[in-house]
Write a protein that binds this ligand. Structure first.
Ligand SMILES: [Zn+2]
Ligand SMILES: [Zn+2]
Length: 443
């Protein structure tokens, strides 16, 4: 059995049509869901790329693998990464040909026979590289991982601005000026980064159209890869998993075009899978699942033990077979890039807290988003704006206790991961970064 893992960066469920979005952003993912299984309640374990990919590929929570923040990485974090057992390494040792198309490198490139970073790095070149691997390089059994970046800030819808460019005025809040948003950014480095990334947009609607267009570009590329698998005769013997590494906050909670915060917009991600041989078609599962479940699921599908540290997640197969209705009572996530936060998410409530001895102030925006302790009733308040922590102290206390128990259980020596302090250097670097397609627009 071949394994294809597709990660679409910063993809929140709110903008995915098979999760109920009104615009047709994802016809190919929708078709995949119609042929396979869609998990309605999948949650990232971290809100940033590097910790989240490390979790996806190790089956461990960030507090277990010890990498809870995106850059800058401390030397000990890089050392921890190198020591981790990751999916490509395990499959390679089991005789799989392994290939990754990704932009990150680091320890995340371990275990691949072929690791490609095409330039420019966009949906078209990633799709082309993946299809070339399938057509000409990989022979069964193989593992292919692709990481799409178009949906990350700087949203790249491709030529012509993508299919939603002409509908910018239809988005709620479409008329909000991007300059007004930029004027609220206090941190000069963040402001400079946003200015570059939002180049050429005048309104929030135009930014939304770009984000949706970028989703559409990634979706089209996924469709091309799936068709290529079919054309090579691999369709009936390939496990396909598609997810987002985290979500994205577009304006929500005062978090502009980034994924910090542990609100649902930043951690509720799509997870759509095709399980060969299981006959599961068009199934939608409500059970809480997390990225930690991907490694155990793959290993159970191919019938091999996992040789690394015991994954924190659980196989999804008992859910698919209908043997279990749930594999966990709560999903857990951490943040340690611009803020320190921990969160526990049940099907009905979401509790987010700043860990002890840490400051709640966001180092990017220089404000406190929400407050140090937040509780949301998701049935009454799905957009998470009414903090009930003060009104329902018993429930908040019970969730805090469960969160602390999880932190102790998974954290071990890494439980105290916190912000590194001054992030100005990183932000300075970000602000100077050239976003290739913006430069092309400018010329
Ligand atoms: Zn990411
Ligand atoms: Zn912020």
């Amino acid at each position: 059995m071949n394994i294809v893992l597709v990660i679409i960066d910063a993809l929140r469920v709110r903008n995915v049509s098979s999760y109920g979005y009104a615009l047709p952003t994802t016809p190919y993912l929708d078709r995949l869901a119609a042929n396979g299984v869609l998990f309605e309640n999948a949650f990232a374990c971290a809100n940033a790329t590097i910790p989240s990919l490390t979790t996806i590929l190790s089956g461990l929570y960030p507090l277990s693998h010890g990498i809870a923040r995106h850059r800058p990485l401390a030397r000990e974090e890089a050392e921890r990464g190198k020591r981790l057992t990751l999916l490509a390494e395990v499959l390679s040792s089991a005789g799989y040909q392994t290939a990754g198309v990704d932009i990150l490198g680091l320890w995340l490139s371990k275990g691949y026979d072929h690791y490609l970073t095409p330039k420019p790095y966009d949906a078209r070149t990633v799709s082309s590289a993946a299809r070339d691997l399938i057509n000409n390089v990989l022979r069964p059994p193989f593992f292919l991982m692709t990481h799409f970046w178009d949906t990350h800030m700087g949203y790249n819808p491709g030529p012509g601005g993508g299919p939603f460019a002409g509908r910018a005025a239809e988005y709620p809040g479409s008329g909000i000026s991007t300059q007004v948003i930029l004027d609220t950014a206090k941190n000069p480095w963040y402001k400079a980064f946003l200015t570059i990334a939002l180049y050429g947009t005048r309104t929030f609607g135009e930014v939304m159209a770009r984000y949706d267009g970028a989703i559409s570009a990634a979706d089209t590329a996924v469709g091309e890869i799936l068709a290529c698998l079919e054309n090579n005769g691999y369709g009936s013997d390939t496990l396909i998993l598609v997810t987002g590494d985290h979500g994205e906050s577009l304006l929500e909670h005062g978090i502009y075009f980034d994924h910090h915060g542990l609100y649902d917009v930043s951690i509720h991600v799509p997870l759509i899978a095709l399980f060969p041989g299981l006959g599961a078609r068009g199934i939608r599962k409500k059970a809480l699942v997390q990225h930690t479940d991907i490694v155990p699921t793959v290993m159970e599908m191919i019938g091999l033990p996992w040789p690394g540290a015991k994954p924190d997640g659980k196989s999804l197969l008992p859910l698919i077979h209908g043997r279990l209705d749930a594999i966990r009572s709560a999903a857990y996530s951490v943040e340690a890039t611009y803020e320190d936060r921990h969160s526990i998410r049940t099907l009905t409530h979401h509790y987010i807290v700043t860990p002890q001895n840490s400051r709640a102030t966001c180092q990017l925006c220089e404000v406190v988003h929400g407050s140090e302790q937040e509780l949301f009733d998701l049935a009454q308040d799905p957009v998470e704006v009414k903090n009930l922590a003060g009104l329902r102290p018993q429930l908040a206390g019970a969730l805090a206790k469960a969160l602390a128990a999880w932190s102790r259980h998974t954290g071990g020596r890494y439980a105290a991961i916190q912000l590194l302090g001054n992030r100005a250097g990183v932000l300075r670097k970000k602000s100077g970064r050239v976003i290739p397609w913006r430069r092309a627009d400018a010329e």
